[in-house]
Design a protein around this ligand. Structure first.
Ligand code: 4AD
Ligand code: MG
Length: 482
């Protein structure tokens, strides 16, 4: 008999028929009640075992973590807490689980312990919920763009360029690392002998390739893994993360902000509608976690209130220059509570400043725009009419409460001469990016795009606080287990 999913059994309106379910035992109580979970939902189905007619040998093997198959009658439950249960007539152990050794015991584990057991943590309620929410958000991303007529582009994972010009790349090579790699006369490595005949790295962003596609297909998006070899051991950084990068021909910066805001609201709304039970669970998890914090550090809103708040309010749009004025005058700046004191226009914003603006000052998502050219990437559109020495670019970052930067984007420099001059000034190799410059040589036009860090979005929606807990197998400095 084909087995049913637990979620369908729990939602079933028909009872008193025979059903089969397969899953993993969460708990087994009184030699009688199995809480069975198959991952289709946060909820377990109760399976009532007729222990008098079940051999002791079998009963002993119904342990936490074991995979089982049960067949029985789906019946209204007499017990509290569930509408239906399975009155088991046949039980088969599919895979034993040694109760002494199985790491996921039915008790509270620390998040750190769970990270060390990332291959099993998804069998817990919290991680099951997080990963289902992640899957739903990913689907919503595609649905949003597909409904709007964007085309999905797969940009290369291995590239020869540094899209962000920040040099934080993982090198890809098939040359030996034992010192025997071929050398040039000056002693440097001869990359002509390497696999691709040149130096290559894992992509930090699909933007530059994405731009070439936007200049042909009009509206495109990427959704793929990106890699950063930045040694940032924080709760917001991963060495391997997933990024969504839309790029749109003929959009200016204001259009870009509208798109980003609409997109974020859509995917959150979609997930709130689809993942009610999981989000309710995560909301309670967060409430529990916050009980251990001092009152002042607890959030004023529950998880679902926070999500509704984002859906119901406009993101506040603030120029970099206004933000600097606010920060200069702020109490933590005057009292030297910031680690980096803001003294003047041109300072790069640290996450403490971003979080002050979002969490303390505006108390809502903020879009900062028109940043100093000096602190942003080479491809951003130089603003017209800016004072010499105070040049700004048409950049925008979206800052979220509890997260900081969730989106980084810009209108792109579409003028060939201005772009080349900028690249020269920054020492970016024109020859390496000949193909990128071609977009400005042939049919150039205003265009804009942004990158949303998928894990930062999942962090926000699940209310988790460490980015390592919202990706299946996190890669961070000194850690690539699994
Ligand atoms: O601001 P970033 O570096 O922008 C770009 O890469 C542009 N090429 C995007 C574009 O315009 N198409 O990165 C974009 C976003 C950040 O706002 C952040 O959410 C996320 O990617 N991000 C990271 N997420 C996790 N771990 C890291 N190390 C991240 N670095 C960036
Ligand atoms: Mg950024």
């Amino acid at each position: 008999m084909k087995h049913s999913k637990v979620i369908d059994l729990l939602n079933s309106t028909k009872t008193l028929h025979e059903v089969t379910a397969k899953g993993w035992v969460r708990t087994f109580r009184n030699n009688q009640f199995i809480a069975l979970n198959d991952g289709s939902t946060i909820h377990n189905i109760q399976c009532v075992v007729d222990f008098e007619n079940t051999p002791d040998e079998t009963l002993k093997r119904i342990t936490t973590g074991a995979a089982i198959c049960v067949t029985g009658t789906l019946a209204e439950s007499r017990g509290a807490g569930q509408k239906v249960e399975i009155q088991v007539t046949k039980l088969e152990i599919l895979g034993d689980s040694d109760a002494e050794k199985f790491p996921m015991q039915p008790k509270k584990h620390s998040l750190e312990f769970l990270r060390e057991n990332a291959h099993l943590r998804v069998r817990t309620n919290a991680f099951g919920a997080i990963m289902r929410v992640r899957s739903t958000l990913a689907f919503a991303v595609h649905q949003y763009f597909q409904e709007k007529g964007f085309f999905y582009v797969n940009t290369p994972i291995i590239t020869g360029s540094d899209a962000e010009g920040a040099g934080e790349m993982f090198q890809v090579t098939s040359l030996p690392l034992d010192g025997s790699a071929p050398r040039n006369e000056d002693g440097s490595i001869n990359y002509k002998e390497d696999f691709f005949g040149k130096q290559t790295n894992l992509t930090v962003s699909g933007q530059l390739e994405g731009e070439t596609f936007a200049m042909a297909l009009g509206q495109i998006y990427t959704f793929g893994p990106t890699f950063r070899a930045e040694n940032s051991n924080t709760s917001r950084h991963l060495a391997e993360f997933w990024m969504i990068e839309p790029e749109v021909a003929f959009n200016d910066l204001a259009d870009n902000m509208d798109l980003a805001e609409d997109f974020i609201k859509y995917v959150i709304k979609y997930t709130v509608d689809k993942c009610g039970d999981d989000l309710k669970f995560l909301e309670n998890r967060l409430l529990e976690e916050e009980k251990s914090k001092p009152q002042a550090e607890r959030s004023e809103m529950t998880l679902l209130e926070k999500l509704s708040f984002v859906l119901d309010n406009n993101f506040k749009r603030v120029s970099y220059t206004e933000a600097i004025d606010i920060l200069k005058d702020s109490t933590p700046n005057k009292k030297k509570k910031f680690q980096y004191i803001i003294n003047e226009w041109g300072a790069d914003l640290q996450s403490e400043h971003e979080r002050f603006l979002v969490e303390k000052h505006f108390k809502c998502p903020v879009i900062l725009f028109d940043y100093p050219a000096k602190i942003k990437a080479f491809y951003m559109r130089l603003n017209d009419n800016t004072e010499p020495g105070k040049e700004t670019v048409r950049a925008m970052d979206i800052l979220f409460p509890g997260i900081g930067e969730i989106v980084g984007g810009s209108q792109r420099e579409e003028r060939y001469d201005v772009l080349v001059e900028k690249m020269k000034a920054l020492g970016i190799d024109e020859e390496e990016l000949w193909w990128y410059l071609d977009t400005r040589r042939f049919g150039s036009a205003v265009h804009s795009g942004f990158g949303l860090g998928f894990e930062r979005l999942v962090l926000f929606v699940t209310g988790m606080s460490n980015i390592r807990d919202v990706i299946p197998f996190p890669r961070t400095p000194q850690n690539a287990e699994f």
